[in-house]
Design a protein around this ligand. Structure first.
Ligand SMILES: Cc1cc2nc3c(=O)[nH]c(=O)nc-3n(C[C@H](O)[C@H](O)[C@H](O)COP(=O)(O)OP(=O)(O)OC[C@H]3O[C@@H](n4cnc5c(N)ncnc54)[C@H](O)[C@@H]3O)c2cc1C
Length: 419
């Protein structure tokens, strides 16, 4: 135990080796000395530090060396994610009786933050997959949990979350995909837009209209790939998140057993929003991991790169920039971890705190990564260097799982309701 603790202390996060990766120079996160003030293990229990270390090691060894290749060749790294699932990262917050790891929200945040240092895009897809598995575990009956969760936790099967439609993004409750009851089947018609994993995944958690207008007319169905009437649009070309496919999901007289409905009719929007509370913590954690990696890459670049006869690290202007980046990083992490605790404890402030954490961390961490690119100069703009990929990958975190404008709406609504 003492040896393990010593090892944990010694094996601090460190980064930046310029390594050959498929013929490319690609600077990547590694473990080396890291300033205590941005050490992500500060404040964690011994157990949390241990699985954080496992996640950091996995990120450094199994993800970072391939991150550029996955991005540039648009590869969905199924086998790597299955390896991550063997470590318990396919169903972090799912109950152990159906194959999950039974971790807390804070634990999951620590895991996704660490994994994201190796590839933010792949980790972000894993966070969506985890959200779907959690929704089935939490709102499904025993039969549904037993049928879907074990394969999702092992990542033998992959899941997609289907809320957004071409005509309903921020105003998600206005969705139109209809599910008409016919005997013991629902017949689905409509389409979903921007679905992460769409076409490559096996299990679709679909919000659809079984009743009247508004959120109370929405139900949640699990639709399996291969169901007649289920098809997919073209693979979208994206700025980032290239290690995961994004497609439209289309339903044309797609017949789904009533037995695949999660919860009761009309509960679907509530289930979707409950899923997103945890999803927002996890996506924000991915941004924090990316920002941590970018700060460390920049710190090392500043030591190595010389201009005007001196390393960049001697420039007080750049020192101040680095200090600001570190401050934004630590503030983001604190907000995310505080929100994770609130959600875990089911506190009344959990929803606005999750929204604040998502708003703050995804904005601040994008600023950090973008500043890191700037401080790499022209090299930061080259695909040989990792910072540009972190910038491209986490830009979308400000847009999805509720845009950051929608986060402001949720926070303001909560504040004004307290009157
Ligand atoms: C790569 C990618 C992956 C995605 N993955 C998924 C997924 O797996 N599942 C899923 O369901 N969805 C997914 N989405 C969809 C995403 O959640 C939506 O794009 C997002 O909710 C915004 O909806 P929209 O694109 O229709 O923008 P719109 O709602 O049209 O908004 C456009 C802009 O206007 C702002 N805006 C809108 N209304 C207001 C208002 N009242 N006040 C102030 N500002 C406002 C928005 O914040 C935004 O900036 C994904 C999107 C992308 C890009």
């Amino acid at each position: 135990m003492a040896a393990a603790a010593t090892l944990s202390r010694l094996v601090r996060l460190r980064l930046y080796s310029i390594s050959r990766n498929n013929g490319l120079l690609f600077n990547r996160v590694q473990r080396r000395g890291i300033a205590a003030c941005i050490d992500p293990s500060v404040g964690l229990s011994d157990e949390q530090r241990e699985f954080q270390k496992v996640a950091f090691d996995f990120a450094a060894n199994e993800m970072a060396p391939h991150m550029a290749h996955w991005d540039q060749n648009e590869i969905f790294p199924v086998e790597t994610m299955r390896k991550a699932a063997q470590l318990g990262f396919g169903g972090t917050c799912v109950h152990p009786d159906v194959g999950g790891s039974g971790l807390s929200r804070l634990d999951a945040s620590v895991v996704f933050e660490a994994l994201s240092t190796g590839c933010a895009s792949t980790t972000a897809y894993m966070s969506i997959h985890n959200m779907c598995a959690w929704m089935i575990d939490t709102f499904g009956n025993n039969e549904q949990r037993g049928k879907y969760c074990p394969d999702l936790c092992s990542m033998e099967k992959f899941a997609s979350y289907c809320l957004t439609e071409p005509g309903s993004g921020s105003d998600a409750a206005s969705l139109l995909t209809s599910a008409k009851l016919q005997g013991d089947l629902y017949v689905l018609n409509g389409s979903k837009a921007f679905i992460s994993g769409g076409g490559d995944t096996d299990v679709y958690v679909v919000m659809c209209r079984t009743g009247g207008k508004g959120p109370k007319g929405i139900s949640c169905l699990v639709v399996e790939k291969g169901t007649p009437g289920l098809s997919f649009g073209k693979k979208e070309k994206k700025v980032g998140w290239n290690s995961q496919p994004t497609r439209a999901v289309i339903f044309e007289d797609c017949k789904v057993p009533v037995a695949n409905r999660l919860g009761i009719e009309g509960q679907g929007f509530n289930i979707a929003m409950k899923g997103l509370n945890g999803g927002r913590i996890n996506i924000a954690s991915c941004s924090v991991g990316a920002a941590q990696a970018c700060i460390q890459l920049t710190r090392d670049h500043m030591h190595v790169r010389k201009q005007f006869g001196e390393p960049l690290s001697n420039s007080q202007f750049l020192q101040f920039k680095l200090a600001e980046m570190a401050t934004r990083l630590v503030a983001s992490r604190l907000m995310v971890r505080q929100a994770a605790l609130a959600l875990q404890e089911d506190r009344p402030d959990a929803v606005p705190l999750c929204s604040m954490a998502k708003l703050f961390a995804t904005d601040e961490c994008f600023t950090i990564c973008n500043q890191a690119l700037q401080m790499h100069g022209g090299y930061g703009y080259l695909k040989d260097y990792a910072v540009q990929q972190f910038v491209r990958d986490i830009r979308v975190h400000q847009i999805l799982e509720g845009t950051n404008e929608v986060m402001r709406m949720i926070i303001a609504r909560s504040l004004l309701a307290e009157f």
